[in-house]
Write a protein that binds this ligand. Structure first.
Ligand SMILES: NC(=O)c1ccc[n+]([C@@H]2O[C@H](COP(=O)([O-])OP(=O)(O)OC[C@H]3O[C@@H](n4cnc5c(N)ncnc54)[C@H](O)[C@@H]3O)[C@@H](O)[C@H]2O)c1
Length: 292
């Protein structure tokens, strides 16, 4: 299986980063989003990311120019996937939405196309069992921000063929990423461990064991984590983390029961940097700092 064209469905936080990586890997890259403004923002973001890379001396100007020339947009899913050898789905973490898209992929993609999902927690078979091409379905779990993060978890289902895994491994290599292979399980490796660490941090905060600042400091300086669990959840979104924990609780059991303080913060609208307040208060910060 030789991949030449990659379609990325969903141009939000992850989809635009994946399109950036695909173009960087010299693939014809077609980006699509149900929202036109989102698609336009995504293309501007990709251009800006490449420009910043060039300004910092990390990307050659010729690499940027080539990558940007390879990116196009499509106005609907059928058009986006028509010539794709690999489709990477990056729409919100909702099973129904993914089910619907994989049904469309199966109906309209050309024979032999690989269908990948960037889901961060769902079991791939929950929405790939609808396709007749189950051997060509796989999880490709990228990390945020995609241009900077080196890992892709390749999640293989019991039906995923070796050829599919090999093709995705090659794509990851050209994108400049490393892979780990995970046999399908909710939360894979990283989301599952991260959810437990993050939940335990909330358990400790709720029990008054230490302040958020000291819990974050302890994990950074004592355990060498690059970010503390509260800094991280504020970046990812408390609502996103709660959804993941609820799913892991349903599928893997009691150990993953979401902490009640986390639930309370979400109910209060304290969703993290994106709402100006999560565990920490960002209301006094500039727009640029909130995004950082
Ligand atoms: N944000 C993260 O840190 C992160 C990390 C790894 C994986 N993920 C996973 O990646 C996926 C996307 O997450 P995100 O954070 O980029 O979400 P997001 O909300 O930023 O972007 C999703 C995009 O999908 C678009 N969309 C919705 N329905 C669509 C449809 N039917 N067709 C085309 N586009 C559609 C939306 O308009 C939006 O632009 C989720 O499955 C999430 O779990 C997220």
């Amino acid at each position: 299986m030789s991949v030449k064209t990659i379609a990325v469905i969903g141009a939000g936080t992850m989809g635009r980063g994946i399109a950036h990586a695909a173009a960087f890997g010299r693939y014809n890259t077609v980006l699509e989003d149900i929202s036109r403004p989102m698609l336009e923002q995504a293309v501007a973001w990709i251009r800006q990311s490449f420009d910043e890379g060039v300004a910092k001396g990390k990307v050659e100007a010729s690499v940027r120019d080539k990558a940007l020339s390879l990116i196009s947009t499509a106005s609907n899913v059928e058009e986006a996937i028509r010539d794709a050898d690999l489709i990477i789905e990056a729409v919100p973490e909702e099973l129904e939405m993914k089910l619907e898209l994989f049904t469309i992929f199966d109906k309209f993609a050309k024979t032999g196309t690989i269908f990948a999902s960037n889901t961060s927690s769902l079991s791939i078979t929950d929405f790939t069992d609808v396709t007749v091409s189950r051997d060509r379905c796989i999880g490709m779990h990228f990390f945020n921000p995609v241009p900077k993060m080196k890992l892709i978890e390749l999640v293989r289902t019991p039906h995923t063929s070796d050829a599919t895994v090999a093709a995705c491994r090659e794509v990851a290599g050209r994108m400049g990423k490393e892979v780990v292979i995970v046999n399908e399980a909710p939360g894979f490796i990283t989301t599952r461990i991260n959810a437990l660490i993050g939940n335990e941090a909330f358990n400790m905060l709720e029990a008054g064991v230490a302040s958020p600042e000291d819990i974050d400091k302890a994990l950074k300086l004592g355990l060498n984590h690059p970010m503390g669990p509260f800094e991280l959840v504020d970046l990812v979104g408390l609502d996103v983390r709660l959804n993941i924990l609820e799913y892991l609780h349903r599928t893997l059991g009691e150990k993953y029961r979401p902490n009640s303080l986390l639930r309370q913060y979400v109910q209060e609208g304290r969703l993290g940097r994106k709402t100006g307040r999560g565990v920490y208060d960002y209301s006094q910060q500039s727009a640029a700092e909130k995004k950082a």
